[in-house]
Design a protein around this ligand. Structure first.
Ligand code: XIL
Length: 351
């Protein structure tokens, strides 16, 4: 194991294939050694939280504006990360415009009431708020930071075929409750209107490799694609070490690409609850074979825009908190050394 500041660059090794990215927190970009690691190994970044609606939407400003269809925004946190990216020549995937999580309750409520029990605003109002929000974010980002963002997560996690009986959509979502399934194409239409040339529009979801969910996603993507609203399928890529089904990932990736879409793996990590020797070796083999699979697809001509890890080192992974147990899911240890998994992924690029 060597320091991640010394190891050969991961993103350089994969330059012929795709961008290699990482999700960053705001505290992370204040640590000079972590910044060095990010700039050495990654050429794309995502904000882990700073670009989500709850980090951008501003209740006080919204109430002061007094417009039922137009929420006020505060881009302080967005701008901090975009300036970091611009100053370090990193490309950004913007995560995320429409999502059921981390969007304030009041955004969906009549008179912007900040109360879970308050009635929802009418559908037309919700769709107008969505359009205005997407326009405000995209115009701000593209005006103040031209050329920095290359792709937008327009909608995240809106498809859930197993929930509450038949149907393709996640019904337990304020978007669905307030506006029904129409919010999806509405979000993409708005994003298409305000995207800069060359930026791709992405639908992003987890467990996108599972056959039932995959087929539901394919059905929805077909509808969006028929209107030329979507460019990229984002497979999040949160996997569990003993259950990583690479063949299922490959089948799903091929099916999305067959619709004429580009692919991204947007939130790659492999949950691994021990760092003993056997687990470390198993993680390395899992990553190696996963990268071999994705590389094979690229060699066949399937366009993969980027593979993004959800974190830089194990110390900043969201998984211990989410899984409520230890996790060692990334390529770099908490003390910033490269793991055998790092070496395996690097070697795979050279084959
Ligand atoms: C996670 C962040 O990493 C955490 O810090 C936050 O508390 C919850 O959200 N799918 C997504 C990401 O699309 O936005 C989530 O990020 C992880 C799951």
């Amino acid at each position: 194991m060597i320091s991640a500041t010394q190891a050969p660059s991961l993103c350089k090794a994969y330059e012929p294939y795709f961008r290699v990215g990482a999700a960053l927190s705001s505290w992370l970009v204040k640590d000079p050694e972590l910044v060095e690691i990010v700039c050495r190994h990654f050429n794309s970044i995502t904000a882990d939280n700073q670009m989500k609606p709850d980090s951008v939407l501003n209740l006080e400003g919204t109430l002061a504006q007094g417009d039922p269809c137009h929420a006020a925004t505060d881009f302080t946190r967005v701008d901090a990360l975009l300036s970091f990216a611009r100053d370090h020549q990193l490309s950004v995937r913007y995560h995320v415009l429409a999502w059921h999580n981390q969007t304030p309750v009041w955004f969906f409520k009549k008179d912007w009431e900040n109360d879970r029990e308050a009635p929802f605003a009418p559908k037309e109002v919700i769709l107008a708020r969505l359009e205005n929000y997407i326009r405000d974010v995209m115009q701000h980002v593209n005006t103040c930071f031209p050329g920095v963002v290359y792709t937008w997560d327009v909608v995240n996690e809106a498809i859930e075929p197993d929930q509450d009986g038949p149907g393709l959509y996640r019904t337990r979502s304020p978007w669905f409750t307030a506006a029904g399934q129409d919010f999806l194409p509405a979000a993409f239409r708005a994003a298409r209107r305000y995207a800069a040339p060359g930026q791709t529009l992405c639908y992003n979801d987890y467990n996108a490799f599972e056959p039932v969910k995959r087929d539901a996603i394919l059905d929805v993507l077909k509808m969006l694609k028929a209107e030329n609203l979507v460019d990229t399928m984002g497979m999040q890529g949160h996997y569990l070490l003993p259950h990583l089904d690479i063949a299922a990932c490959e089948t799903a990736a091929r099916a999305y690409a067959a619709l004429g879409l580009k692919l991204q793996v947007t939130e790659l990590d492999i949950h691994c609850n021990s760092d003993d020797e056997a687990h470390v070796a198993a993680l390395a083999e899992a990553y190696r074979s996963w990268f071999a699979m994705i590389k094979k697809l690229v060699k066949e001509g399937i366009p993969v825009e980027a593979v993004t890890f959800w974190g830089v080192t194990d110390a900043d992974s969201w998984l211990p908190g989410f899984r409520k147990e230890p996790s060692y899911p990334l390529l770099i240890t908490a003390d910033r050394k490269t793991k055998p998994a790092f070496d395996a992924v690097l070697r795979e690029a050279e084959l």
